[in-house]
Design a protein around this ligand. Structure first.
Ligand SMILES: [Zn+2]
Length: 582
């Protein structure tokens, strides 16, 4: 059973079919390194290879998902597709398909561990959201998740609720609405850089799992910029420290405990640049790349998240060795697979034998019956709650823009967001048309249900209030024309008015901007309520990202629900906020 040449046994063989993709992902350099290692082993008669020191190398397959966001049912529209490159896409996702795919990937491997890089819950569809995501935690327990990082959305409902997700028990206000009791996550939710006001750990930094006789250390961390994407009340008393410093501290601790094979689950991600699932197609200066490049050389692989992108990259650690950095889109559409090889003598990963790829969770799989049962139960129980009335309207609220691009539902949502932003000084609100996902129809009786409101604003975007100068406000409105066929008209609150010229050149289209009826002064400062997507410069509205004095607010859906509650028999506002001239 002794193998003289470590590259020809265990981990490499079951993956022969994918080795081409894996090698592409790891890069030509790694191929050369593997070849060099083989050459050294041969020259030294097989005694010099590191993996040969303490018996046969131990293959450890790490399977990961990220940003599941409670997608128990197969996600729809573009959220349910994987771009495979070359303009080809395939339907993917759905928890019962995910479970089957996990089982297949486990069956191919001698040893396997399933992990997540966070945002498992929060910003989730009705079937999970209505039950405070308890069904999603139940599904993750059923899947046998070994550990997860805390994402930002794990904090959406506050730290006490996150602790309940971990420990179980009924929701203090709503009780146990999904099942008679909630056992909580069987896996640890990790956050090495999350501390309380005194700097004491608020979440465990790491966990160790025994797999194939070796100790695998798993470190979890969330984005240090979490306070900019979570409402302040939810994270009161918590601090979010530098990811690299916290990971390095946890890594040193693990090394001390003898867990030398280490992986990091970090809820931060690079922006994609349009490649296929296992390409390394990312924009430069990525936040996850920075972390994955800087953390301790003791870390053997980095699983990222948060940006909902697909990539399989290789970065060089501070010691000069390569390690993979991966992310698998979101909503359970992809599973990231990193095959590590551990030298049982040292307990450490033989780096140049690592292979990584993303695998599509296709809809042609047979749904896993145990997970499907949980999904069906959540769907059935959600139906009556989704029909709960949350407001009344006098006519259809539609998201399609009229002659000027202004829409009745856009007006209502912007007004709701202005009201929500008043506490942080907002004078106007601006929202992106792409964030309004459905109409609110009057039929049959003018009653708006929770399910309808939820379908309109399903992303749980966080409201933020920023300061823009009058000049920046004009610039952002000019950015509605950026070479597209048709302009992307932002939806605005009743306190903002302006005129655009259809014939004037881009950059010169906007005139007569007023805030509360007063002409906008280019040098004056205005408080603007926007969602976190726009605040970050989303949809190429880059000027929003120049905003200052950012303060967090509620989730956009809650702003809409509050507005509907405060304004019964809400009528579609007249389309008089935007004026167009020839
Ligand atoms: Zn996130």
């Amino acid at each position: 059973m002794e193998h003289r040449l470590p590259t020809r046994d265990t981990a490499a063989v079951p993956d022969a079919k994918i080795s081409r993709r894996a090698l592409l992902a790891i890069g030509v350099v790694a191929v050369v390194l593997v070849a060099a290692l083989v050459a050294i082993a041969v020259n030294q008669g097989g005694s010099g290879g590191r993996a040969a020191a303490g018996g046969a190398p131990v293959p450890v397959r790490v399977i990961a998902f990220n940003d599941l966001h409670g997608n128990l049912e197969p996600p729809t529209g573009s959220s349910g597709k994987v771009q495979q490159g070359g303009g080809v896409s395939v339907d993917a996702g759905g928890a019962a398909f995910l479970a089957t795919k996990v089982a297949q990937l486990r069956a191919q491997a001698t040893n396997s561990v399933l992990v997540s890089s966070g945002d498992n819950i929060g910003a989730s569809p009705v079937a999970s959201a209505l039950f405070h995501d308890e069904p999603t935690i139940d599904v993750m327990d059923e899947l046998g998740v070994a550990a997860s990082a805390a994402g930002n959305h794990e904090f959406d409902e506050g730290f006490a609720e996150l602790q309940r997700m971990q420990k179980g028990g009924c929701q203090p206000t709503d009780g146990c609405v999904f099942r008679p009791d909630f056992p909580g996550a069987k896996f640890p939710i990790l956050g090495a850089n999350v501390t309380d006001a005194n700097g004491a750990p608020a979440l465990p930094a790491s966990t160790v799992v025994e797999v194939g006789g070796v100790k695998l250390g798993i470190i979890g961390a969330t984005l240090r910029d979490l306070p900019s994407v979570v409402t302040p009340e939810a994270i009161k008393g918590l601090q979010f420290g530098d990811e690299v410093a916290a990971i390095d501290k946890a890594s040193a601790e693990l090394t001390k405990q003898g867990a030398k094979a280490q992986i990091v689950l970090v809820h931060q991600g690079d922006e994609g640049a349009g490649g296929g699932p296992s390409d390394c197609s990312v924009k430069p200066n990525g936040l996850a790349t920075a972390i994955a490049t800087k953390v301790s050389p003791d870390v053997d692989a980095v699983f990222s998240a948060h940006s909902h992108q697909q990539y399989v990259c290789t970065v060089t650690d501070p010691g000069g060795a390569k390690r993979p950095l991966v992310q698998g889109l979101s909503f359970g559409r992809l599973l990231s697979v990193v095959d590590l090889t551990v030298d049982p003598g040292t307990g450490d990963v033989v780096r140049d034998r690592t292979a990584a790829r993303n695998e599509v969770v296709g809809r042609d799989l047979t749904p896993d019956p145990a997970v499907q049962k949980i999904v069906d139960e959540a769907k059935e129980k959600a139906a009556p709650i989704a029909s709960r009335p949350v407001g009344t309207i006098t006519a259809d609220l539609v998201r399609a823009g009229g002659a000027t691009g202004e829409s009745s539902l856009g007006d209502v949502i912007a007004d709701a967001q202005l009201e929500a932003g008043r506490a942080t000084g907002a004078q106007i609100a601006i929202t992106n048309p792409g964030g309004i996902r459905a109409d609110i129809p009057f039929a049959p009786d003018g009653v708006v249900t929770y399910g309808e409101a939820f379908t309109v604003q399903p992303f749980a975007n966080i409201m933020q209030t920023i300061t823009l100068t009058g000049a920046q406000l004009k610039a952002v409105l000019e950015q509605q024309w950026q070479g597209q066929q048709s302009p992307r008209i932002l939806q605005i609150s009743s306190t903002l008015h302006y005129t655009y010229s259809q014939s004037a050149p881009p950059g010169n289209k906007i005139t007569a901007i007023t805030v509360n009826g007063t002409a906008v002064d280019p040098a004056a400062r205005y408080r603007v309520a926007v969602n976190n997507f726009l605040a970050a410069g989303g949809d190429n509205f880059t000027v929003f990202a120049q905003g200052t004095d950012l303060q967090g607010g509620p989730i956009d859906l809650d702003a809409l629900l509050d507005h509907l509650e405060a304004h019964p028999n809400l009528a579609p506002p007249p389309a008089d906020r935007i004026t167009a001239t020839p």
